[in-house]
Design a protein around this ligand. Sequence first.
Ligand code: ADP
Ligand code: MG
Length: 393
Amino acid sequence: MTTTPTAPPTDVADRATAGFRHRYGGEPAGRWAAPGRVNLIGEHTDYNEGFVLPFALPLRTVVAAAPRDDERWTVWSELDADPVEFGPAEADRPGRVTGWAAYVAGVVWALRAAGHRVPGARLAVASDVPVGSGLSSSAAVEAAVLAALVELGRLDLPTDRWPRLAQRAENDYVGAPTGIMDQSAVIRGRAGHALFLDCRTEDVQQIPFDLQAAGLAMLVVDSRAPHRHADGEYAARRKSCEQAAEALGVPALRDVDVADLDAALAKLPDDETRRRVRHVVTEDRRVLDTVALLRAGRVGDIGPLLTASHASMRDDFEITVPEVDTAVDAALAAGAYGARMTGGGFGGCVLALVDADRAQAVADAVTAAYAERGFAAPGTRTVLPAGGAARLD
Ligand code: ADP
Ligand code: MG
């Protein structure tokens, strides 16, 4: 029997192990995985202290790791040729480790800042979560590293406290202002469920979301649109919402009930602010309505809420771009029950709820619409809600 010489393994867990062996020699003590996520519905509601409904994806980041005797951390990722090494001096000063390794150093920092004795470790990271497409590759790295360090160090840290810690790593060490949604979804996600998260109380509830049983599939289209001005626009939306809440005399827009929306809008100074508020208030309602339908087992009926969410983001919140609008329109024309951009906007991914046996036809229709408009070909895949961060073996 002949063996072909070494092509890199295709399985992400095997790639993490192969990376570990190649960089460090020897075997990892274990492998820990965390998924990417998408938000089913509830966009720009998080910082308005409202509701979101993400689910974990079957795409994972895997960390192969082993402890070392000294208090230092070496991390290698497929994203880079060379490993990065740091010690307590760098880990304890946010910003000292930069680039992708900052997401790892940030986790070490957040654990140490919370008083934990973090074991020195060698880590190798492999991932199937696309970077920068809005599927939260960043939270996946944080959660997988956290899972590895907690177990290697036998740290006393229950999983319900992981999301805050991972969020601190990203906010305070890396310096990226994100809410608690991504980390909650990738840590607490459960197969066959979406995670209903109240961003004010941080209360989470597992909501049955069994696409397969309903003969449905969720198509994820990576719009491949360049993120144009996303940071500045995000800050502007956030500011508008905060100013509107102040004008309305409420702590956050979450406190405006959809039944009182017209009265609230009448108190606002200009049309743009009114449309921003209308998006947030109606979007919170759509999340609650989606949760109610899913609880009643009516998965196929959530389509119109997804499509209404998209229209609201396009017309009222003005955060869509031609690529995502094209994907949504093409998916609906090809028979999707509902479709919407997911994520903060100005690019990222589109979700389309489709009959499982129509998924390919809808994906093809989106690809054809892109070609017609002269856009770069989109990425398409179907996903089912998967489980959160866990040890693999
Ligand atoms: P996303 O929407 O994918 O989370 P972000 O900009 O929030 O986009 O995070 C992407 C960053 O996270 C990457 O630029 C990199 O620094 C880090 N990251 C993501 N995946 C990996 C990985 N597999 N290895 C190392 N760093 C990663
Ligand atoms: Mg991210």
